[in-house]
Design a protein around this ligand. Structure first.
Ligand SMILES: Nc1ncnc2c1ncn2[C@@H]1O[C@H](COP(=O)(O)OP(=O)(O)OP(=O)(O)O)[C@@H](O)[C@H]1O
Ligand SMILES: [Mg+2]
Length: 461
C-alpha cells in the first residue's frame, strides 16, 4: 500500500510520542506535588505538637523565692511520645544559663512562624531532629528573667510516613501515566482514522472510477480532498478527451477504408496476373485488419464511456444471450456452426444490456473465429455462490496456456491468431464490461473435451 510513496515519519507515531511525553511530565508533576504537600502537612503537624509542648513547659515556669523553677508537666512530653516512637529532647535555659534537660541541645535562632516560636531542622546525637525554641519573660525582685525552652523530636517516624506516601504517590503517578498513555494512543489513532478511511475508500475504487470524494471529512482534510477531487476531475476530462479523439479518429478512418476495400475488390476482379492478384489480396487483408481495429477502437471508446454512466436495469441473462446469438447466427451458419444457449431461466442481474451484449458478441465472435473445426458453440447460464455465471464453450483448439494470462491486455493476441483478422481488443472489452458490473472474466480450457471456455461472473442482484 505504501509502495511508491516517499514516507517521512508518521503523524500517528509523532502524536503518540508527544502525548506519552506529556503524560510522563504530568505524572512526574503529580508525584512531586503529592510529595511536597505530604511533607508540608507532616511538618506542620509535628511543628504544632512541638509548639504546644514548648508552650506548656513555659507555662509551668514560675518564680519561687526569687528563683526560677520549671516543673516539666508530664503531658508536655507525652503528647510527643504518643504521636510516635521518636526520641524527645528538651532544654530549659534561664537568662542564657542552662537550667535543666539536655545541656548540649542547640537553641533555634533562625525564626520561622510566630515571633516567640522558632523552628529548625538539625542534627543531634547522630539523628535528624525538628526543634522549636520559645521564650517567656518573667520578673522577680531583681528584674526581668528570660526563660527559653527548646523541645526537639527525631524525624524517624516522619521519614517513614513520607516514604510510605512516596511509594503510594509513585503508584498513583504510574497509574496516571498508564491511563493517560492509553488515552493518548487511542486519541492518536482516532486523529488519523479519517485519513485511513479516505485512503481506503480511494484505493478500493476500480481503475475507471474517477468520481469525486463525497464522504464527509474533517475540516483539516478539506484542502486535501478538494485538491484530490480537482485532480480527478482534470484526469477524467483528459481521459474523456483522448477517448473522444480515438473514437473520432476511428470513425473518420472507417468510411474511407470501406471505400478503399470496395475499390480493391473491384480491381481484384479485373486483374489477372498472379503477382498483382496476390498484392491486391494482401492489401484487402490489411484493409480488413485496419477496419476491424477501427471498429474495435470505437467499441472500446463506447464501452469506456458507458462504464462511467451505466444504464442499469434488471436483465435476464439467458434472454440477452439468445438475442445476441440470433444476431450472430447468419455468420455462424456460413461456417456450419450451431449456436445454442441453455441454463437458468429466472436468473436476473442488474446491468447495462448494451454493454453486456457487446462483451458477449466479442466472445462469440472469438468462438466462431478461432474454432474453425468446431461445430457447436454453447452459451450456458448458471449460478455459483453469489455469482451469476455466463459461460461460452466452443470446440476449437482452446487458449495456448502460455498466452492465457496476457490475453485480456489491450492489443494482446495469441499465437493461434496469426492467420485471423483481429485487433486484440475483444477480451479487453469483455473484461472491462464485467469489471464495471462488479464482476470478473475467467478464461480457461475445457477439461474433458477440446475447446475454450470464457466465463463472465456477475454479482447476483
Ligand atoms: N475461443 C477462443 N479459442 C482460442 N483462442 C482464443 C479464443 N478467443 C480468444 N482467443 C485468443 O485470444 C486472443 C485475444 O482475443 P481478443 O478477442 O481479445 O482479440 P482478437 O480476437 O485477436 O481481436 P479482436 O479485437 O478483433 O477481437 C486472440 O488473438 C486469440 O489468440
Ligand atoms: Mg476477438
Amino acid at each position: 500500500m505504501n509502495s511508491g510513496a516517499n514516507i517521512s515519519g508518521s503523524i500517528r507515531r509523532r502524536l503518540t510520542l508527544q502525548l506519552l511525553g506529556i503524560a510522563a511530565v504530568l505524572a512526574a508533576l503529580l508525584f512531586v506535588m503529592v510529595m511536597t504537600y505530604a511533607k508540608q502537612v507532616a511538618e506542620e503537624s509535628q511543628d504544632n505538637i512541638l509548639s504546644a509542648s514548648a508552650t506548656s513547659i513555659l507555662d509551668s515556669a514560675a518564680i519561687q523565692s526569687g528563683e526560677v523553677t520549671v516543673d516539666i508537666p508530664y503531658s508536655a512530653l507525652s503528647m510527643l511520645g504518643n504521636v510516635s516512637d521518636d526520641r524527645v529532647f528538651y532544654r530549659v535555659v534561664v537568662n542564657g544559663k542552662y537550667l535543666t534537660g539536655y545541656e548540649s541541645l542547640p537553641i533555634a535562632k533562625a525564626s520561622k512562624g510566630q515571633d516567640s516560636h522558632r523552628f529548625i531542622t538539625s542534627h543531634y546525637l547522630g539523628e535528624s531532629i525538628r526543634m522549636v525554641s520559645a521564650t517567656r519573660r518573667l520578673s522577680n525582685a531583681s528584674g526581668p528573667v528570660e526563660v527559653t525552652v527548646s523541645v526537639a523530636q527525631t524525624l524517624k517516624r516522619q521519614r517513614e510516613t513520607l516514604e510510605r506516601i512516596s511509594a503510594n504517590a509513585a503508584y498513583l503517578g504510574f497509574g496516571f501515566f498508564i491511563a493517560a498513555a492509553v488515552l493518548g494512543i487511542l486519541t492518536a489513532q482516532s486523529a488519523v482514522r479519517p485519513v485511513q478511511t479516505l485512503a481506503n475508500s480511494v484505493s478500493k475504487r476500480g481503475p475507471q472510477d474517477l468520481r469525486t470524494v463525497q464522504a464527509p471529512v474533517p475540516g483539516e482534510m478539506a484542502p486535501l480532498v478538494v485538491a484530490l477531487n480537482r485532480f480527478m476531475a482534470r484526469l477524467k476530462k483528459s481521459l474523456t478527451r483522448s477517448e473522444e479523439f480515438i473514437a473520432e479518429a476511428a470513425h473518420r478512418i472507417r468510411t474511407p477504408l470501406a471505400v478503399l476495400r470496395t475499390q480493391a475488390e473491384i480491381a481484384l476482379r479485373r486483374v489477372e496476373r498472379p503477382e498483382n492478384r496476390a498484392a491486391l489480396k494482401e492489401m484487402i487483408r490489411a484493409i480488413d485488419e485496419s477496419s476491424r481495429a477501427a471498429g474495435q477502437l470505437l467499441d472500446h471508446a463506447m464501452v469506456s464511456f458507458r462504464t462511467d454512466h451505466l444504464e442499469v436495469k434488471d436483465i435476464n441473462l439467458l434472454d440477452l444471450a439468445e438475442e445476441t446469438l440470433e444476431r450472430l447466427r447468419p455468420l455462424a451458419e456460413m461456417q456450419d456452426k450451431t449456436l445454442s444457449s441453455h441454463g437458468e431461466e429466472t436468473t436476473l442481474i442488474s446491468g447495462d444490456a448494451i454493454l453486456i451484449q457487446n462483451a458477449l458478441s466479442n466472445i462469440l465472435d472469438n468462438a466462431i473465429k478461432y474454432a474453425p473445426q468446431g461445430e457447436d458453440v454453447q452459451v450456458v447460464v448458471t449460478s455459483e455462490d453469489n455469482w451469476v455465471v455466463l459461460s461460452v464453450y466452443d470446440q476449437g483448439p482452446g487458449f495456448a496456456p502460455e498466452d492465457i494470462d496476457q490475453l485480456t491486455e489491450r492489443f494482446s493476441r495469441g499465437k493461434n491468431a496469426e492467420d485471423t483478422v483481429g485487433s486484440g481488443l475483444g477480451l479487453t472489452i469483455a473484461e472491462e464490461v464485467t469489471q464495471a458490473h462488479g464482476g470478473h472474466l475467467k478464461l480457461s480450457n475445457r477439461t474433458n473435451v477440446r475447446g475454450a471456455c470464457v466465463s463472465f461472473y456477475f454479482p447476483q442482484s
